[in-house]
Write a protein that binds this ligand. Structure first.
Ligand SMILES: [Zn+2]
Length: 311
């Protein structure tokens, strides 16, 4: 089951990677949607959960913009590394191919054992500040992962481990960006409970890849967070609150037509692009804030000077 899905996913990722595809022919889009909507695949999606994240292009855009969203001197430091940060933006997703235990690190289904505004989870995560229980891991522990890797990055800065810092910055950014995708916060992550199977990829990959730079991001400035867990939890709640807008855009776009209809995708883009822009802007602000927080927590250590080639 997983193999079929993985192949399809890898194939589509490759097809979209590397260059800005611009607008696709509607026929290609319809074919892509057919693959997602085929009944057999729908069944697979219900029982198998991929380590979905924002699509590769979204992660690349978020990392590149997060660098520019930093205050100095961190902005110059990360600018030197922006090629690495963009190229490796989806590395954490690659890990899932060999390690199924990596998958729950990419989401936290807030509504699995709690209800909005999630007082139980807030108590556990923000006030008790414990490690995740087995049940919490099963529901997805991205909120813990974000903290873990932000603290690692802080340690890397403190001890001048610049190579480790590059890698940990990638993982901070990936997990943080995943949390800002509303469908990474709900049990109904792929519309499987509301007859909207395939919505996950339609929103985070198909649409973002097709629109690319047409999406207008307006991130708030990076801020150093004195209480890391509070910030992470606020991002979880904000992301969850945006879920209905995504489901509603999909429902309205498909009303009176099918997902195979050439009119679906333009309608979906029109309705869902604003929420993608808002969520990706939140991701840029969140990622840059975490990088900045790691550096501030390390005591604002001096950063290595620009390489000679850059001078
Ligand atoms: Zn991911």
């Amino acid at each position: 089951m997983e193999t079929v899905e993985s192949i399809d996913w890898a194939h589509r990722s490759q097809a979209w990677t590397g260059s800005a595809p611009g607008w696709l022919a509607q026929r290609s889009r319809a074919r892509a949607f057919f693959r997602l909507s085929a009944p057999a695949l729908v069944c697979l999606l219900v029982f198998t959960r991929l380590a979905w994240s924002w699509g590769r292009r979204a992660h690349e855009m978020i990392n590149a913009r997060a660098v520019e969203n930093l205050p100095e001197p961190l902005r110059s430091y990360f600018r030197e590394r922006v090629g690495y940060l963009v190229e490796h933006a989806s590395d954490p997703d690659q890990l899932t191919a060999n390690d199924p235990s990596e998958r729950p690190h990419h989401y936290t289904d807030a509504d699995a054992d709690d209800t909005y505004p999630f007082p139980r989870l807030e108590q556990r995560f923000v006030r008790e500040r414990g490690r995740p229980t087995a049940a919490e891991r099963r529901n997805g522990d991205v909120i813990w992962q974000i903290e873990t890797y932000t603290l690692r990055l802080s340690r890397d800065f403190k001890f001048k481990q610049w190579d480790a810092a590059d890698r940990d910055a990638v993982f901070v950014a990936h997990y943080a960006a995943d949390l800002t995708q509303p469908l990474h916060t709900v049990v109904n992550y792929d519309g499987q409970l509301t007859h909207q199977a395939g919505i996950h990829a339609r929103f985070e990959t198909e649409m973002v890849n097709a629109m690319g730079d047409e999406l207008r991001l307006a991130p708030r400035p990076a801020s150093a967070e004195p209480d890391l867990r509070s910030r992470i939890f606020r991002e979880l709640v904000a992301s969850y609150r945006a879920r209905l807008t995504v489901f509603d855009a999909d429902r309205r776009a498909v009303a009176a037509r099918s997902y195979l209809d050439p009119g679906f995708f333009p309608a979906f883009e029109k309705l869902a692009a604003p929420i993608a822009e808002e969520r990706m802007s939140a991701a840029v602000s969140f990622v840059s804030s975490l990088w900045y927080t790691a550096w501030v927590r390390a005591g604002r250590p001096p950063l290595p000077p620009p390489s000679k080639e850059e001078k």
